[in-house]
Design a protein around this ligand. Sequence first.
Ligand SMILES: [Zn+2]
Length: 165
Amino acid sequence: MKVKCPHEGCGAVMTIPDVTGIADRMLTCPICKYRDKVAVFIAEMDKLEDVDTECCLSESDDTIGVLKIAEAIYALVEGRNTIGRKAPSSTADVQLVVEDKYMSREHICITVVKKSHDYQHRIQNIATRNHVFVNGDELKSGEVLILQHGDVIKLGKTEIQFVKE
Ligand SMILES: [Zn+2]
């Protein structure tokens, strides 16, 4: 689903996984680092209620990380995030809006694990047919790689940038 940053002057729109209980989770805006409950970001998009935006910017730098395709931002959440091409039959948590027949509906899984002062992002290839490349190197089925800020993930013909900072 699409949500919007409630922080004044930011208003970044991002896509987040539409999973059960998502509204209660915390989300950090990838642009301004404003941190609040996902419910606040949803309310801002829906404009159904007034949202208190007086809260200051978050001091924490534990940004969970996002995926970027051109101007589109897809946020990740703690735990398992299955990622693939948006389609009516897709069950991926994060559905990328792309026209790319070489991208599977469930192509990769990124597991976000909280460490003491940071998050670790473990990427795996879960596609049965299509390939995954990270910075040009193939990620084979069964392999686990830890993503670093700025890594470029290629699914089909689509390049996705992993942004953590
Ligand atoms: Zn923001």
